[in-house]
Design a protein around this ligand. Sequence first.
Ligand SMILES: [Zn+2]
Length: 230
Amino acid sequence: MGEGSVINLHTHSTFSDGVFGADRIVEKAATDGLTHIAITDHFATTKVCSLQEGEFEDYLETIRHLGRKYDGTIGVLVGVEVDANPDRTDLENLPIDFLNKLDIVLFEHVNERANGGADLRTVGRIASELSVPCGLAHSDLETAFDGLRPSEVAEELASLGLFVELNTASPYKRGGIAYFERAEEIIRSFRGLVKISVGTDAHRILSEVSNVGGAYAFVRRIDMIDDLLF
Ligand SMILES: [Zn+2]
């Protein structure tokens, strides 16, 4: 996949800390010509307002309904973003059955010591219980995998079956350069081994729903369109 697709697999709605309902996000994505949009609200973390257990069914049904409404126009995926910090999320008791009803699960702060994130092996063990695609959100790969060669990062991620998201949001930069651009050498080593995704982390600005151009320009430049998740 990849050629002909325009994906944004990371957005937040009013089910967590976003300001727009999922309907507005999907409508915007369809209007702007995306082929796939995922709603990935924060899941049961104390870090921010997030999806709680009592809301699971409503969340699933709301977004599945949008999927049916937009069938043939845009693919609508439902996912969550799991905070890998065990002090903020009960990682050992995740509702696996619910997560397996989703289309995608993102893990943030993996291997990020500054954010108290669990290490990659811990997240990989959780992901191994899931039958849906799991990946790392907005990872600062250079820092998170400091000390490993690019090929070692790729092998490690491939062995755990995790994809890696290229996130275009402004917080995910160092020295004014997006994490994914900094990590070009690492991402090049993913070719054929580790899938890549594109996400914008839209929360409060509707135009961010389709702010995927920078990531797509990067993916085309390194000739890895075929390595995209969709
Ligand atoms: Zn997010």
